[in-house]
Write a protein that binds this ligand. Structure first.
Ligand SMILES: CC(C)(COP(=O)(O)OP(=O)(O)OC[C@H]1O[C@@H](n2cnc3c(N)ncnc32)[C@H](O)[C@@H]1OP(=O)(O)O)[C@@H](O)C(=O)NCCC(=O)NCCS
Length: 126
């Protein structure tokens, strides 16, 4: 988990997290990346800066991670734009995955980012 704090007010303005499946076959994956930025701070680069810091942390200290996955609401142009701007690629769509507060259903888009130069070749030990 990473958070952003407003240096002037000490206010928590953004939070993001991702998780491991806890299964050996998925050891190379971080999944369910989720981010939220306080509404009054949105559109000022906070989300992009937080995920950029997260990617640096992962690529520096988590060498086993080759793939980071997430789901985005299909109607959120903000989040779709954010993920695409950071190199996440849409891989699929889950139809009617989310029921929103107004009881309408919305598709979820599957995005993933592959670590540059990560070797997906099977390492066989004898
Ligand atoms: C989605 C969210 C995390 C983005 O954070 P943010 O701080 O507002 O985003 P940023 O200002 O860092 O914008 C980063 C990039 O997103 C893209 N973007 C932002 N708003 C956009 C919009 N309205 N349309 C298209 N792209 C947009 C741009 O590419 C932008 O990068 P650029 O300015 O360098 O071109 C934030 O708006 C949020 O918390 N929304 C509500 C919760 C949510 O939807 N979370 C994601 C769940 S899937």
């Amino acid at each position: 988990m990473l958070v952003s704090i407003d240096a002037h007010t000490n206010e928590l303005i953004a939070e993001m997290h991702a998780s491991k499946y806890g299964l050996r076959i998925f050891e190379h994956i971080l999944t369910s990346l989720t981010i939220v930025v306080k509404p009054s701070y949105q559109g000022h680069g906070v989300g992009k800066a937080l995920i950029t810091a997260f990617l640096s942390e992962v690529y520096e200290n988590w060498p086993e991670v080759g793939r980071i996955g997430l789901e985005s609401c299909s109607m959120s142009q903000q989040s779709i734009g954010l993920y695409k701007s950071l190199g996440f690629v849409q891989e699929g769509r889950m139809v009617n995955k989310t029921r929103n507060a107004d009881s309408r259903y919305e598709d979820s888009l599957l995005f993933a980012r592959t670590r540059p130069n990560f070797s997906f070749t099977l390492q066989v030990s004898s």
